[in-house]
Design a protein around this ligand. Structure first.
Ligand code: E4P
Length: 218
């Protein structure tokens, strides 16, 4: 399973990328707004830090506008993945961009049928939003299961990018179902390493080690 970070915060990206556990980055207009930076500048900086795909989202809602914006975004760096909304125009742009050899991420997916369309449009990734479905009292993880089954039934190559991840349990459940990628905020990714028994075990070992008076490296 690949791990993408869902942020446009360069300091956070740098810190997590140094762990070697990061496979890519996803951004969206809200995250760019939160960064307070120019979309081109910040995206270029992110593409320089992370080797894997960096999703940059178009903001036009019509096909022509999306294609124009995609051209600008694609010029930022080789690892740009063009993020498009799950609308008819977005799917049309996805097909055209995929045919031209670009990586594409079809976002704002809330149903299995929408995911099926994204796969038929040749998307590299489709992003079902788990947390936002849970917020509505629905089961986001059920959607991941449905998409996994459909994609496996027809051997679609589009990767399931479980998005709107809010908890460490979301990560575990998405992994159990077989999502190809998760994208999560830095805090959620950092929380994956935490376990109270790890902390306690480590502090017990260190206390006993101190009693030996030994040092491994002199
Ligand atoms: C995905 O690509 C989106 O940027 C993101 O996961 C949305 O998450 P949110 O619902 O927490 O805003």
């Amino acid at each position: 399973m690949k791990f993408f970070i869902d942020t446009a915060d360069v300091a956070e990206i740098r810190e997590l990328n140094d762990t070697g556990l990061v496979d890519g980055v996803t951004t969206n207009p809200s995250l760019i707004m939160k960064s307070g930076r120019d979309i081109i500048d910040v995206t270029k900086e992110i593409c320089g830090i992370v080797k894997g795909p960096v999703s940059a989202e178009v903001t036009a809602t019509d096909y022509e506008g999306m294609m124009k914006e995609a051209k600008v975004l694609a010029k930022i760096a080789k690892n740009i993945c063009i993020k498009l909304p799950l609308t008819m125009d977005g799917l049309k742009a996805c097909k055209a961009l995929t045919d031209k050899g670009h990586q594409t991420n079809v976002t704002l997916c809330f149903s299995a049928n929408q995911a099926l369309l994204a796969a038929k449009a040749g998307a590299t990734y489709v992003s079902p939003f788990i947390g936002r479905l849970d917020d509505q009292g629905l089961d986001g993880m059920e959607l991941i299961e449905e998409i996994r089954t459909i994609f496996d039934n027809y051997d679609f190559k589009t990767q399931i990018l479980a998005a709107s991840i809010r908890t460490v349990n979301h990560v575990k459940e998405a992994a159990l179902i077989g999502a190809d990628v998760i994208t999560a905020p830095p805090a959620t990714l950092k929380a994956l390493v935490k376990h109270p028994l790890t902390d306690k075990g480590l502090s017990d070992f260190l206390a006993d080690w101190a009693k030996t008076g030994q040092k491994i490296s002199k």
